[in-house]
Design a protein around this ligand. Sequence first.
Ligand SMILES: Cc1cc2nc3c(=O)[nH]c(=O)nc-3n(C[C@H](O)[C@H](O)[C@H](O)COP(=O)(O)OP(=O)(O)OC[C@H]3O[C@@H](n4cnc5c(N)ncnc54)[C@H](O)[C@@H]3O)c2cc1C
Length: 485
Amino acid sequence: MAGAASWPVRSLWAANADIPSSLEAVRLNGDVTVIEKAVLQEFQAALQGTLLLRTSEGYDAARAGWNGMIDKHPALIVRCANRTDVTSAVNLAREYELLTAVRGGGHSVAGNAVCHGGVMIDLSRMKGMHVDPVNRTARAEPGLTWGEFSHETQAFGLATNGGICSDTGIAGVTLGGGFGWLMRKHGLSLDNLVSVDIVCADGRLRKSSATENEDLFFGIRGTHSNLGVVTSFEYRLHPVGPMVLAGMVLHPLDKAEEVLKFYREYNSSAPDEMSAWAAFLTTPDGQPMVALLACYVGAMDVAEEVVQPLKEFGPPLVDMIQPMPYVGALTLIDEAFPKGRYNYWKSGLLKNLDDEAIATLAQAFEGVTSPYSSVLVEQLGGAVGRVGSDETAFSHRTAPYDLVIMPMWTDAAESDVHTRWADELWQRMQPFSSGGVYVNYLSNDEGEARVKAAYGANYERLVALKNKYDPTNLFRINQNIKPTG
Ligand SMILES: Cc1cc2nc3c(=O)[nH]c(=O)nc-3n(C[C@H](O)[C@H](O)[C@H](O)COP(=O)(O)OP(=O)(O)OC[C@H]3O[C@@H](n4cnc5c(N)ncnc54)[C@H](O)[C@@H]3O)c2cc1C
């Protein structure tokens, strides 16, 4: 009896301490609505997690994402502890027609984890995980990062494909696609999904898999929060590592054209266990370079032989390719992408990497405007292309490369200079574009045509799903698929 009485007493105490007499919040249509104190108190009392308002301790840290360009103030942040909290938050958002953002790892360059004036459904504290080593599957909650997830699976010598930076969220990466060191061997992150639990706009928790709510399973694999909030992911795992051969070689920028032609040639016969990405970057001591980042995830007894050409060509100025744990390969470039700097990305899938494309990239990087900026050419292929373009919402299965132009800077007053440099290079690369774009690399407000370019021929099917599962477009703080009816 004492236990039963203590629960509401504790919760109401917290409510009384934090909650104002009423709270103004922004609705989906841009109007302001008022949420009464009693409603917020009841809402908070039912939460296992935490409700943060503008005056709450921890509010600013909770709303901050990776990209310093994004500075938005939600009226409420619901720090969910579990799926029941997520359901409550979705129900409150629907009832008050609140502008609603969903935060996983908070790493999207577009800043879609946060909104201004509405409710932020913050999943970052939901980090539960269970590995089933016998069936080689893992269940994971959406607040985990790839570093945390992989650390756990590697305890069993297992992994699934994830982002190559340890602090990107499993949620956004997976729900947008998932490019990483294992994709050529095992497919995109979303190709390794077995099932998800998802809270849709009607507040119902659904399971979705190849055999249950199948239409939803097609749609969630590539569309972020458009169809709801995923509260649990079930992944297929594969034996990986624990040691892999990974790292990077560096060449001076004036050798960039030769290096990229060699890179293209090397890739044409590389096995699926091998992934190599080319990067234009500036070293901490100010030297512009072209780097080849590599990760070989196959048998270690042949690893040196496979990677040897990368180590020999040039030869490179610096060779940092070496045996390391797989989780180490997920931290190779972490330091180059710290949280809080100003970022703006322009990207697009390439139909080829011909000599002219290479020359354009090399020339453009000579005029780079910030030492923190980089340009990445990511090698796709392998298992990515062995899935049909209409099997998941992610449709771009055949492009051989993806290009990401990533200006990064520290002074807000310089934003125009750096974004213009990226826009101009992106324009110059259009002749080599496949026309498609990877949704996870879209910046904020790139426009409807770019969202359509992300989904290609799948777009109309996704509109039909949006009409069915989120007809009022409650979930619109994302690369939005607009419902039509
Ligand atoms: C430094 C850096 C490195 C990166 N490296 C890679 C890489 O190697 N490979 C790659 O593929 N991508 C990479 N990305 C891009 C990355 O895939 C996207 O930024 C991704 O969306 C981040 O996911 P998140 O959960 O951290 O971000 P968030 O900003 O939290 O979420 C991104 C989107 O997903 C939605 N979302 C989040 N959680 C959920 C959920 N549980 N249910 C429904 N919707 C949800 C959000 O609402 C938002 O629209 C990188 C990004 C950065 C900044």
